[in-house]
Design a binder for this molecule. Structure first.
Ligand code: FES
Length: 104
């Protein structure tokens, strides 16, 4: 299934690039991005629900609902809407890859 990015970057196009990894693929965000902004600028979903498999993209976007938690490659989780993107962050947002990471 092809998924176009959910967000289209229109402002701050000249901010410094910030490299990150999404499900094993090298991607680039911009300085000042939240994790949510960076992921949705390159993907049609933020993550898949662990319970239903449905695509999620966050809900409140103000740090209140916890719908935007994403897993990092080390197994820790961050709230994507209120976490600043840092160079080198690696995210796992596909259900299959999440299950493998948890059982390693
Ligand atoms: S979208 Fe609600 S806490 Fe991040």
């Amino acid at each position: 299934m092809s998924m176009h990015p959910l967000l289209q970057r229109r402002y701050r196009l000249d901010e410094a690039p910030v490299p990150f990894v999404l499900n094993g693929t090298a991607e680039t965000g911009r300085r000042g991005d939240t994790v949510l902004t960076a992921i949705l600028s390159v993907s049609g979903r933020l993550r898949q629900s662990e319970f239903t498999g449905e695509n999620r993209a966050g809900f409140c976007l103000i740090g209140a609902c916890q719908d935007c938690y994403v897993m990092l490659a080390d197994g820790s989780r961050v709230r994507a809407c209120s976490t600043a993107l840092q160079p080198g962050m690696a995210f796992i947002t596909d259900l299959g890859a999440m299950a493998e990471a948890v059982h390693e």
